[in-house]
Write a protein that binds this ligand. Structure first.
Ligand code: 3H9
Length: 696
């Protein structure tokens, strides 16, 4: 018997205990141990049934993702599940924590399932670019019905035990001792192999059609969802054994698809971000229960909501009563909209609103443990606010700026306590977007940083630590990306072609439509302040002409595109085409047709080149952090893994070649990153660079 699985006798029952911290993933040792336990149960005539239970914080949370990509070792998971299903004695799965992926598939192979009320089940393989490959696509529809099974497998969501019980997946929910309840059921459980239950065909066609349309709309460009639907069709049309064969073949296809490698990279990337050199669980933290937010506009209001959602008390400060009332009313309207969609109850709305208090007086911030300013993005304004905070904030309070570009050290210098100052860069809408860039200034104290990393988790954000530079990680990288997108328009691509190429790649929105959404006047003002010598004027002169003609984007009903009242759908405008053509003539550019591949390539290479520079300078701790920033803050498709993973997947030697080619044509726009040069020459990758750094 392996250490990961142990067995013990309890009268005529065999208790099979899995113990493979941290999440009881089904590694080779666990699969082997489960097979041996099945042998023991079968061989001993004194044993009538089994209970499969897990030690630690959770039931098995799935196959061991770290084993993927390595040569598979028998026994394989599908065999383990079938072995349990076909045992001549019933086994009850005792579920606590999360029974996910392969873990749930093993439970489905058991003959009954008991769960504690707090348990959750799910088949999240789609989030790894996979499908449930150990019978889940065949057995879940048999127990839960086709519609519920498709919902679970396409969303990958965690389904609460109570809901799963309604679906027929959990046989019993217990408030008492899980092992005792499972033992009692095991003594009476019928031998009912899930695979022998016929799939209910009523309503199945409609469920399949709805899933196909949902996948086409919401999971555009993703490979796994279509394969999942094919498996469910097989469950409906074929006997179990053939359905399992179809599932196996399509699972292998998913595994071989680059999207799965990208999503697996992304899974581990998200789990790396909180690891910051010099910060450990022993680093002291400051208590945060009261948060001050300065500015009740879109950003401040969203930050206040995010904090209130995380259970914090918020003091929201504005300059005048009108602005404060408007800000509070918007917050209530947003909560009411969530309640109307069934995402929260009316009581939740009142609870959250009670946590937010408005004020016009800086003195009311004196009790706050953390104060986040979200005022106008200008250094003199920020400095004035921090000067005031320095006077009213209690000793030890953390003073944070939501600036998206400005120098945190410069802001900190306007206080007498720079070690308490940090950047907390939220993304709009701040109550929705998951990314939080945590900007560490040169004086930021370790406990301020550690507290901010914890805070991100508390308010359900993914906090990525960044060094201090203009635009930090995310916005700094946008510069080259935006330049290339705009430049290609003058060179010959229509705005809608540029946007379509990038949305087909998987970006949530094209860069030109994003410009219209954010307001073209913002970039215009920045260009006016930095001066024409400091950017490629060919890329932006046509946009400046639009702004000067009053076309500032969605807010004026027209920008790069036209907008019908109340509709955000961009409509190409021939007037804009004429402006672009004139701009090309003035810049003496001979327009040419530009394909989608070139559009994606140039935009991605611009991101990667700047990303590498950011990495080299130590602004980002690791390449995978940059990927997390782009996926969570900029609509980058997780199934492409993030810009740095995209580069690795292409190969850094290819990336270097392409960058050199671009630098040869427009040297002023492309200074090839020395890090890319050295990694490419060594035949290395960003992933290997991260791994080396982690070892050091
Ligand atoms: C599958 O099952 C395929 C089958 O259908 C077919 C096979 C043929 N493997 O997230 P946390 C590590 S696909 C290996 O911070 P939490 C994780 O990296 C799988 N390692 O904890 C981290 O390590 P470290 C389907 C795993 O409490 C540590 O555990 N299942 C795995 O916030 C703690 O993780 C899934 O996709 C794994 N499966 O959340 C479930 N899972 O400390 C994936 C976790 O070194 N897992 N680790 O950084 C999760 O969703 C969450 O981890 C879970 C716990 C909800 C379980």
């Amino acid at each position: 018997m392996t250490q990961a699985v142990s067995t013990s006798r309890d009268g005529d029952l065999l208790i099979i205990m899995v113990n493979n911290p941290p999440v009881n993933a089904l590694s080779h040792a666990v699969r082997q141990g489960l097979m041996e336990a099945a042998d023991t149960l079968e061989a001993d005539d004194g044993l009538k049934a089994g209970v499969l239970i897990c030690a630690g914080r959770t039931f098995m949370a799935g196959a061991d993702i770290r084993e993927f990509g390595k040569p598979p070792q028998a026994p394989h998971l599908p065999e383990v599940v079938t072995r349990y299903e076909r045992l001549a004695k019933p086994v009850v799965a005792a579920i606590h924590g999360t029974a996910l992926g392969g873990g749930l598939e093993v439970a489905l192979g058991c003959h009954a399932r008991v769960a504690v009320a707090s348990a959750k089940i799910g088949l999240p393989e789609v989030k790894l670019g996979l499908l449930p490959g150990a019978g889940g696509t065949q057995r879940l529809p048999r127990l839960a019905g086709v519609a519920n099974a498709l919902d679970a497998m396409l969303s990958g969501r965690h389904v609460a035990a109570l809901e799963a019980a309604k679906w027929g997946v959990i046989d019993q929910i217990t408030e008492d001792d899980l092992l005792e309840a499972s033992k009692t059921l095991a003594r009476t459980a019928p031998l009912r192999p899930t695979g022998d239950i016929p799939v209910d065909k009523a309503g199945a066609d409609d469920a399949i059609a709805a899933a196909k349309s949902n996948a086409a709309k919401r999971m555009r460009g993703q490979f796994a969802p279509t394969q999942i639907i094919k498996c469910v069709e097989a469950a409906l049309d074929l006997p179990l054994e053939d359905g399992l064969k179809t599932e196996r073949a399509l699972f292998q296809d998913c595994m071989a698809n680059p999207q799965s490698a990208a999503l697996r990279h992304y899974f581990f990337a998200e789990r790396q971000v909180a690891r910051v050199p010099g910060i450990s669980k022993d680093t002291p933290r400051r208590d945060v229960t009261r948060v001050g937010v300065i500015g009740a506009g879109t950003m401040g209001g969203g930050i206040a909501m995010a904090c209130a959602n995380g259970g914090l008390k918020v003091m929201l400060l504005e300059m005048n009563a009108d602005a404060l009332d408007k800000g509070l009313a918007t917050i209530r309207k947003n909560y009411d909209a969530s309640a109307a969609k069934g995402r929260m109850t009316a009581d939740d709305v009142e609870d959250r609103m009670e946590r937010i208090t408005g004020t016009l007086d800086y003195a009311d911030l004196s009790a706050c443990d953390l104060i986040i300013e979200a005022v106008f993005e200008r250094m003199d304004v920020k400095k004035e606010v921090f000067g005031k905070l320095d006077k009213v904030a209690r000793a030890g309070a953390i003073l944070a700026s939501n600036t998206s570009y400005l120098d945190i050290d410069d802001i900190a210098a306007s206080t007498s306590r720079p070690s308490d100052v940090i950047g907390l860069h939220f993304f709009s809408p701040a109550n929705v977007m998951r990314l939080l860039e945590i900007v560490r200034g040169k004086a930021t104290a370790p406990d301020v940083l550690a507290t901010s990393i914890d805070l991100a988790k508390r308010i359900s954000k993914i906090g990525v630590v960044s060094g201090n530079c203009h635009g930090f990680i995310g916005n700094r990288m946008l510069r080259g990306y935006g330049r290339e997108a705009n430049l290609m328009v003058v060179e010959g691509a229509a705005p809608q072609d540029v946007d379509a190429a990038l949305t087909s790649f998987g970006m949530a929105m094209g860069p030109l439509a994003v410009g219209d959404l954010a307001g073209l006047d913002i970039g215009y003002m920045t260009r006016q302040s930095v001066g024409r010598a400091n950017y490629d004027t060919r890329a932006y002169d046509w946009v400046d002409e639009l702004v000067e003609a009053g076309r500032k984007g969605q807010k004026t009903g027209k920008g790069i595109y036209l907008y019908e009242p109340g509709n955000r759908r961009p409509i190409p405008d021939p007037e804009v085409d004429a402006i672009i053509e004139r701009a090309a003539e003035t810049a003496q550019i001979t327009r040419r047709s530009i394909g989608a591949d070139e559009i994606v390539e140039r935009c991605m290479l611009a991101l990667v080149n700047e990303g590498a520079q950011i990495l080299d300078e130590g602004i980002a701790l690791r390449a995978s952090d940059i990927d997390v920033v782009y996926v969570n803050g900029y609509g980058f498709p997780a199934h492409q893994g993030g810009p740095m993973h995209w580069a690795d997947a292409k190969g850094l030697d290819w990336v270097l070649d392409r960058l050199k080619d671009l630098a040869g044509k427009t040297p002023q726009n492309w200074a090839v990153s020395p890090l890319i040069e050295s990694l490419a020459k060594a035949g290395s990758s960003f992933a290997a660079y991260d791994a080396e750094k982690a070892k050091a």
